[in-house]
Design a protein around this ligand. Structure first.
Ligand code: SF4
Length: 66
C-alpha cells in the first residue's frame, strides 16, 4: 500500500487525522500530511476509512498489483 495526499485538493478538513491518527496528521497550514514513515500506512486498517472520510477525496491509496 502506498498513500498519496493531493495537497492541492485537500481543504484541511482534518477528517483523515481524526479517523486514522496514527497515520495522518495536519501540518502548520492545516493540510493533511503523513506521519514519518507512514507512507505505506503501517498496516493500519483505518487508512481506508480515512480515505473514505475525506470530503474532497484528496487521499489516494495505491495497492500493489499482480
Ligand atoms: S480529510 Fe481530506 S481534506 Fe481533510 S485534511 Fe484529510 S486529506 Fe485534507
Amino acid at each position: 500500500m502506498h498513500i498519496e495526499i493531493d495537497q492541492d485538493v485537500c481543504i484541511g478538513a482534518g477528517q483523515c487525522a481524526l479517523t486514522a491518527p496514527n497515520v495522518f496528521t495536519q501540518d502548520d497550514d492545516g493540510f493533511s500530511t503523513l506521519l514519518p514513515g507512514m507512507a505505506d500506512g503501517g498496516g493500519d486498517p483505518l487508512v481506508k476509512e480515512a480515505a473514505r472520510a475525506c470530503p474532497v477525496h484528496a487521499i489516494t491509496i495505491k495497492e500493489p498489483t499482480g
